[in-house]
Design a protein around this ligand. Structure first.
Ligand SMILES: C[S@@+](CC[C@H](N)C(=O)[O-])C[C@H]1O[C@@H](n2cnc3c(N)ncnc32)[C@H](O)[C@@H]1O
Length: 327
Protein backbone atom coordinates (compact mmCIF):
# COMPACT_ATOMS: atom_id res chain seq x y z
CA UNK A 1 0.00 0.00 0.00
CA UNK A 2 1.66 3.25 -1.09
CA UNK A 3 0.15 6.50 0.07
CA UNK A 4 1.86 9.38 -1.70
CA UNK A 5 1.49 12.38 0.61
CA UNK A 6 3.59 14.69 -1.50
CA UNK A 7 5.44 14.24 -4.81
CA UNK A 8 8.73 13.92 -2.90
CA UNK A 9 7.33 11.60 -0.21
CA UNK A 10 6.07 8.05 -0.34
CA UNK A 11 5.04 6.24 2.83
CA UNK A 12 4.69 2.47 2.79
CA UNK A 13 2.76 1.02 5.72
CA UNK A 14 3.22 -2.76 5.95
CA UNK A 15 2.58 -2.54 9.70
CA UNK A 16 -1.06 -1.72 9.03
CA UNK A 17 -1.30 -5.04 7.23
CA UNK A 18 0.63 -6.84 9.94
CA UNK A 19 -1.07 -9.97 11.10
CA UNK A 20 -2.38 -8.75 14.49
CA UNK A 21 -1.68 -12.15 15.96
CA UNK A 22 2.05 -11.41 15.56
CA UNK A 23 2.16 -8.59 18.09
CA UNK A 24 -0.55 -10.20 20.20
CA UNK A 25 1.51 -13.36 20.48
CA UNK A 26 4.63 -11.37 21.29
CA UNK A 27 2.78 -9.73 24.21
CA UNK A 28 1.10 -12.84 25.62
CA UNK A 29 4.18 -15.09 25.21
CA UNK A 30 6.35 -12.45 26.83
CA UNK A 31 4.06 -12.08 29.83
CA UNK A 32 3.95 -15.85 30.30
CA UNK A 33 7.74 -16.16 30.24
CA UNK A 34 10.33 -16.31 33.02
CA UNK A 35 11.11 -13.50 33.46
CA UNK A 36 8.03 -11.72 32.19
CA UNK A 37 8.88 -9.45 29.26
CA UNK A 38 7.18 -7.01 26.88
CA UNK A 39 8.45 -6.16 23.36
CA UNK A 40 10.26 -2.83 23.55
CA UNK A 41 8.85 -1.67 20.20
CA UNK A 42 5.67 -1.00 22.20
CA UNK A 43 7.31 2.05 23.81
CA UNK A 44 7.12 3.91 20.54
CA UNK A 45 3.80 5.55 19.89
CA UNK A 46 3.85 9.31 19.28
CA UNK A 47 4.28 10.05 23.00
CA UNK A 48 7.00 7.41 23.39
CA UNK A 49 8.98 8.78 20.43
CA UNK A 50 8.74 12.29 21.89
CA UNK A 51 9.93 11.03 25.27
CA UNK A 52 12.85 9.29 23.58
CA UNK A 53 13.78 12.58 21.89
CA UNK A 54 13.77 14.18 25.36
CA UNK A 55 15.99 11.38 26.70
CA UNK A 56 18.50 12.15 23.94
CA UNK A 57 18.80 15.71 25.33
CA UNK A 58 19.36 14.68 28.96
CA UNK A 59 22.69 15.53 30.60
CA UNK A 60 23.03 11.93 31.84
CA UNK A 61 22.36 10.43 28.40
CA UNK A 62 25.88 10.79 26.96
CA UNK A 63 25.18 8.34 24.11
CA UNK A 64 23.38 10.66 21.67
CA UNK A 65 25.78 13.58 21.86
CA UNK A 66 28.81 11.27 21.61
CA UNK A 67 27.43 9.52 18.53
CA UNK A 68 26.51 12.92 17.07
CA UNK A 69 30.08 14.17 17.59
CA UNK A 70 31.55 11.05 15.97
CA UNK A 71 29.27 11.37 12.96
CA UNK A 72 30.12 15.06 12.64
CA UNK A 73 33.81 14.16 12.63
CA UNK A 74 33.61 11.30 10.12
CA UNK A 75 30.51 11.81 7.96
CA UNK A 76 32.43 13.19 4.97
CA UNK A 77 34.78 10.21 4.94
CA UNK A 78 31.94 7.70 5.41
CA UNK A 79 29.91 9.24 2.62
CA UNK A 80 32.87 9.43 0.24
CA UNK A 81 33.96 5.85 0.94
CA UNK A 82 30.44 4.50 0.50
CA UNK A 83 29.72 6.46 -2.68
CA UNK A 84 26.07 6.04 -1.62
CA UNK A 85 23.22 8.02 -3.15
CA UNK A 86 20.60 6.48 -0.92
CA UNK A 87 20.52 6.37 2.87
CA UNK A 88 18.39 3.64 4.46
CA UNK A 89 17.92 4.00 8.22
CA UNK A 90 16.43 1.23 10.37
CA UNK A 91 14.83 2.48 13.61
CA UNK A 92 15.17 6.02 12.26
CA UNK A 93 13.19 7.80 15.01
CA UNK A 94 13.58 11.59 14.85
CA UNK A 95 16.57 11.22 12.47
CA UNK A 96 18.37 14.03 14.26
CA UNK A 97 21.89 12.63 13.86
CA UNK A 98 20.97 11.36 10.39
CA UNK A 99 21.01 14.95 9.19
CA UNK A 100 24.80 14.96 9.63
CA UNK A 101 25.04 12.14 7.06
CA UNK A 102 22.40 13.65 4.77
CA UNK A 103 24.23 17.00 4.78
CA UNK A 104 27.54 15.28 3.96
CA UNK A 105 25.81 13.45 1.09
CA UNK A 106 24.28 16.71 -0.16
CA UNK A 107 27.67 18.47 0.03
CA UNK A 108 29.21 15.64 -2.00
CA UNK A 109 26.33 15.94 -4.50
CA UNK A 110 25.40 12.34 -3.71
CA UNK A 111 22.05 12.79 -2.02
CA UNK A 112 19.06 11.31 -3.89
CA UNK A 113 16.97 9.13 -1.58
CA UNK A 114 16.34 8.64 2.11
CA UNK A 115 14.43 5.65 3.51
CA UNK A 116 13.38 6.11 7.18
CA UNK A 117 12.10 2.81 8.56
CA UNK A 118 10.40 2.85 11.94
CA UNK A 119 7.59 1.20 13.86
CA UNK A 120 6.07 4.58 14.82
CA UNK A 121 4.03 5.99 11.93
CA UNK A 122 3.80 9.50 13.41
CA UNK A 123 7.56 9.95 13.46
CA UNK A 124 8.10 8.54 9.96
CA UNK A 125 5.57 11.04 8.60
CA UNK A 126 6.96 13.97 10.59
CA UNK A 127 10.59 13.27 9.62
CA UNK A 128 9.67 12.77 5.95
CA UNK A 129 7.94 16.15 5.82
CA UNK A 130 10.79 17.91 7.62
CA UNK A 131 13.50 16.43 5.43
CA UNK A 132 11.99 17.22 2.03
CA UNK A 133 11.84 20.83 3.21
CA UNK A 134 15.40 20.80 4.52
CA UNK A 135 16.96 19.03 1.52
CA UNK A 136 15.46 20.30 -1.75
CA UNK A 137 15.25 17.57 -4.36
CA UNK A 138 15.41 14.75 -1.80
CA UNK A 139 13.05 11.83 -2.38
CA UNK A 140 11.87 10.21 0.85
CA UNK A 141 10.35 6.73 0.92
CA UNK A 142 9.29 6.01 4.49
CA UNK A 143 8.44 2.52 5.72
CA UNK A 144 6.23 2.06 8.79
CA UNK A 145 7.01 -1.46 9.85
CA UNK A 146 8.72 -3.85 12.21
CA UNK A 147 12.30 -4.20 11.03
CA UNK A 148 12.35 -7.78 12.31
CA UNK A 149 9.56 -8.77 9.91
CA UNK A 150 9.18 -6.22 7.10
CA UNK A 151 12.64 -5.64 5.66
CA UNK A 152 11.47 -6.70 2.21
CA UNK A 153 9.57 -3.40 2.06
CA UNK A 154 12.81 -1.46 1.74
CA UNK A 155 12.46 -0.10 -1.79
CA UNK A 156 14.91 -1.03 -4.54
CA UNK A 157 17.59 1.60 -4.66
CA UNK A 158 20.88 2.69 -6.16
CA UNK A 159 24.14 2.49 -4.27
CA UNK A 160 23.09 2.36 -0.64
CA UNK A 161 24.38 3.15 2.80
CA UNK A 162 22.27 1.36 5.41
CA UNK A 163 22.55 2.67 8.99
CA UNK A 164 21.39 1.64 12.44
CA UNK A 165 22.18 4.26 15.07
CA UNK A 166 21.22 5.10 18.63
CA UNK A 167 22.21 1.77 20.14
CA UNK A 168 19.09 0.18 18.63
CA UNK A 169 20.96 -3.07 17.88
CA UNK A 170 21.61 -3.40 21.63
CA UNK A 171 17.87 -3.78 22.22
CA UNK A 172 18.05 -7.28 20.70
CA UNK A 173 19.32 -10.44 22.38
CA UNK A 174 22.56 -11.59 20.73
CA UNK A 175 21.04 -14.38 18.60
CA UNK A 176 18.25 -12.02 17.46
CA UNK A 177 20.80 -9.30 16.62
CA UNK A 178 22.72 -11.77 14.44
CA UNK A 179 19.55 -13.00 12.68
CA UNK A 180 18.42 -9.40 12.14
CA UNK A 181 21.75 -8.20 10.68
CA UNK A 182 21.92 -11.33 8.50
CA UNK A 183 18.48 -10.41 7.13
CA UNK A 184 19.61 -6.79 6.60
CA UNK A 185 22.64 -8.11 4.73
CA UNK A 186 20.39 -10.25 2.52
CA UNK A 187 18.43 -7.13 1.48
CA UNK A 188 21.61 -5.33 0.40
CA UNK A 189 23.54 -5.55 -2.85
CA UNK A 190 27.18 -6.51 -3.07
CA UNK A 191 29.30 -3.40 -2.53
CA UNK A 192 26.67 -1.56 -0.43
CA UNK A 193 27.89 -0.12 2.87
CA UNK A 194 26.45 -0.65 6.34
CA UNK A 195 27.13 1.63 9.33
CA UNK A 196 26.33 0.26 12.78
CA UNK A 197 26.39 2.43 15.90
CA UNK A 198 27.02 0.50 19.11
CA UNK A 199 27.16 1.65 22.71
CA UNK A 200 30.34 0.45 24.37
CA UNK A 201 30.87 -1.20 27.74
CA UNK A 202 31.79 1.40 30.33
CA UNK A 203 31.54 1.80 34.08
CA UNK A 204 28.35 0.82 35.84
CA UNK A 205 27.76 4.20 37.48
CA UNK A 206 27.81 6.08 34.18
CA UNK A 207 25.55 3.50 32.54
CA UNK A 208 23.01 3.35 35.35
CA UNK A 209 22.88 7.16 35.61
CA UNK A 210 22.01 7.35 31.89
CA UNK A 211 18.87 5.27 32.50
CA UNK A 212 17.89 6.78 35.85
CA UNK A 213 17.86 10.47 34.99
CA UNK A 214 17.06 13.03 37.66
CA UNK A 215 14.14 14.50 35.72
CA UNK A 216 12.41 11.12 35.51
CA UNK A 217 12.01 11.19 31.72
CA UNK A 218 13.29 7.62 31.29
CA UNK A 219 10.81 6.48 33.93
CA UNK A 220 7.97 8.11 31.94
CA UNK A 221 9.28 6.47 28.76
CA UNK A 222 9.41 3.06 30.45
CA UNK A 223 5.89 3.40 31.87
CA UNK A 224 4.58 4.53 28.47
CA UNK A 225 4.44 0.86 27.53
CA UNK A 226 1.55 0.45 30.02
CA UNK A 227 -0.19 3.43 28.41
CA UNK A 228 0.23 1.83 24.96
CA UNK A 229 -1.14 -1.47 26.29
CA UNK A 230 -4.11 0.46 27.63
CA UNK A 231 -4.75 2.58 24.51
CA UNK A 232 -4.09 -0.06 21.84
CA UNK A 233 -4.94 -3.34 23.53
CA UNK A 234 -7.53 -2.44 26.17
CA UNK A 235 -5.33 -3.21 29.19
CA UNK A 236 -6.80 -2.08 32.49
CA UNK A 237 -3.65 -1.21 34.41
CA UNK A 238 -2.18 2.26 34.97
CA UNK A 239 1.45 3.50 34.71
CA UNK A 240 1.27 4.73 38.33
CA UNK A 241 0.92 1.12 39.50
CA UNK A 242 4.54 0.48 38.47
CA UNK A 243 7.99 1.73 39.44
CA UNK A 244 10.74 2.26 36.89
CA UNK A 245 13.83 0.11 37.46
CA UNK A 246 17.03 0.23 35.38
CA UNK A 247 20.15 -1.70 36.37
CA UNK A 248 23.31 -2.94 34.75
CA UNK A 249 23.66 -6.70 34.32
CA UNK A 250 27.42 -7.05 34.31
CA UNK A 251 27.51 -10.70 33.12
CA UNK A 252 25.36 -9.95 30.07
CA UNK A 253 26.94 -6.45 29.73
CA UNK A 254 23.56 -4.84 29.31
CA UNK A 255 21.28 -2.33 30.94
CA UNK A 256 17.91 -3.88 31.72
CA UNK A 257 14.79 -1.79 32.18
CA UNK A 258 12.00 -3.28 34.26
CA UNK A 259 8.59 -2.23 35.53
CA UNK A 260 8.10 -3.28 39.15
CA UNK A 261 4.53 -3.76 40.31
CA UNK A 262 3.71 -1.51 43.28
CA UNK A 263 1.00 -3.86 44.52
CA UNK A 264 -0.61 -7.23 43.91
CA UNK A 265 -2.63 -6.74 40.73
CA UNK A 266 -4.00 -8.58 37.73
CA UNK A 267 -3.12 -7.14 34.35
CA UNK A 268 -6.18 -7.76 32.16
CA UNK A 269 -5.64 -7.12 28.45
CA UNK A 270 -9.19 -7.12 27.13
CA UNK A 271 -8.46 -7.11 23.39
CA UNK A 272 -6.20 -10.13 23.77
CA UNK A 273 -8.56 -11.91 26.14
CA UNK A 274 -5.55 -12.38 28.39
CA UNK A 275 -4.85 -11.84 32.10
CA UNK A 276 -1.70 -12.19 34.11
CA UNK A 277 -1.34 -11.85 37.90
CA UNK A 278 1.49 -9.64 39.18
CA UNK A 279 2.64 -9.84 42.77
CA UNK A 280 3.73 -6.79 44.72
CA UNK A 281 7.39 -6.24 43.75
CA UNK A 282 7.25 -8.50 40.71
CA UNK A 283 9.05 -7.15 37.63
CA UNK A 284 8.40 -7.16 33.88
CA UNK A 285 11.45 -6.63 31.68
CA UNK A 286 10.64 -3.99 29.06
CA UNK A 287 14.02 -3.41 27.41
CA UNK A 288 17.60 -4.56 27.25
CA UNK A 289 20.37 -2.30 26.00
CA UNK A 290 23.42 -4.43 25.34
CA UNK A 291 26.81 -2.76 25.45
CA UNK A 292 29.54 -3.99 23.13
CA UNK A 293 33.28 -3.76 22.78
CA UNK A 294 35.08 -3.68 19.45
CA UNK A 295 35.74 -7.46 19.23
CA UNK A 296 32.10 -8.27 20.10
CA UNK A 297 30.82 -5.83 17.48
CA UNK A 298 33.22 -7.16 14.86
CA UNK A 299 32.23 -10.74 15.61
CA UNK A 300 28.53 -9.87 15.30
CA UNK A 301 29.09 -8.09 11.99
CA UNK A 302 31.35 -10.79 10.53
CA UNK A 303 28.91 -13.53 11.50
CA UNK A 304 26.14 -11.57 9.75
CA UNK A 305 28.08 -11.37 6.48
CA UNK A 306 29.69 -7.91 6.70
CA UNK A 307 33.33 -7.02 6.09
CA UNK A 308 34.81 -4.41 8.42
CA UNK A 309 36.04 -1.30 6.61
CA UNK A 310 36.76 1.07 9.51
CA UNK A 311 36.06 1.38 13.23
CA UNK A 312 35.51 4.83 14.70
CA UNK A 313 35.34 5.65 18.38
CA UNK A 314 35.54 8.66 20.68
CA UNK A 315 38.44 9.37 23.08
CA UNK A 316 36.60 7.76 26.01
CA UNK A 317 35.47 4.72 23.96
CA UNK A 318 31.79 5.25 24.78
CA UNK A 319 30.39 4.76 21.28
CA UNK A 320 31.63 2.71 18.34
CA UNK A 321 30.71 3.26 14.72
CA UNK A 322 31.50 0.27 12.55
CA UNK A 323 31.65 1.02 8.84
CA UNK A 324 31.30 -2.24 6.95
CA UNK A 325 30.57 -3.47 3.45
CA UNK A 326 28.68 -6.34 1.93
CA UNK A 327 31.33 -8.21 -0.06
C1 LIG B 1 16.77 3.67 20.53
S1 LIG B 1 15.70 4.48 19.41
C2 LIG B 1 16.88 5.19 18.27
C3 LIG B 1 16.31 6.31 17.43
C4 LIG B 1 17.31 7.00 16.51
N1 LIG B 1 17.82 6.07 15.50
C5 LIG B 1 18.46 7.59 17.29
O1 LIG B 1 19.59 7.23 17.01
O2 LIG B 1 18.21 8.44 18.14
C6 LIG B 1 15.03 3.09 18.53
C7 LIG B 1 14.15 3.44 17.35
O3 LIG B 1 13.82 2.22 16.68
C8 LIG B 1 12.42 2.12 16.52
N2 LIG B 1 12.09 0.70 16.67
C9 LIG B 1 12.16 -0.06 17.80
N3 LIG B 1 11.82 -1.33 17.54
C10 LIG B 1 11.50 -1.39 16.22
C11 LIG B 1 11.09 -2.43 15.36
N4 LIG B 1 10.93 -3.69 15.80
N5 LIG B 1 10.89 -2.13 14.04
C12 LIG B 1 11.06 -0.86 13.58
N6 LIG B 1 11.45 0.17 14.36
C13 LIG B 1 11.69 -0.09 15.66
C14 LIG B 1 11.80 2.98 17.58
O4 LIG B 1 10.52 3.44 17.21
C15 LIG B 1 12.84 4.10 17.71
O5 LIG B 1 12.57 5.16 16.84
Amino acid sequence: MKLPTDSAITIDVPLIREDPTLVNTQITRGLQGHPKTLPSKLFYDERGSTLFEQICELPEYYQTRTEHQLLTQWADEIVTMSGAEELVELGSGAATKTRVLLTAMANANQLRHYVPFDVDESIVRRVSEELVQEYPGLQVHGVVGDFLFHLEHIPEGGKRLVVILGGTIGNLLSHAAKDFLTAVNAEMSSGDYFLLGVQLITDRSRLEAAYNDRQGITAKFNKNIIRVLHNNFGADSHPDLFDHVARYNEDAHRIEMWLRSRQDQTLNIADLNFSVPLAHGEEIRTEISTKYDQPLAQELLASSGFEMVKWYTDPESLIGLALTQKP
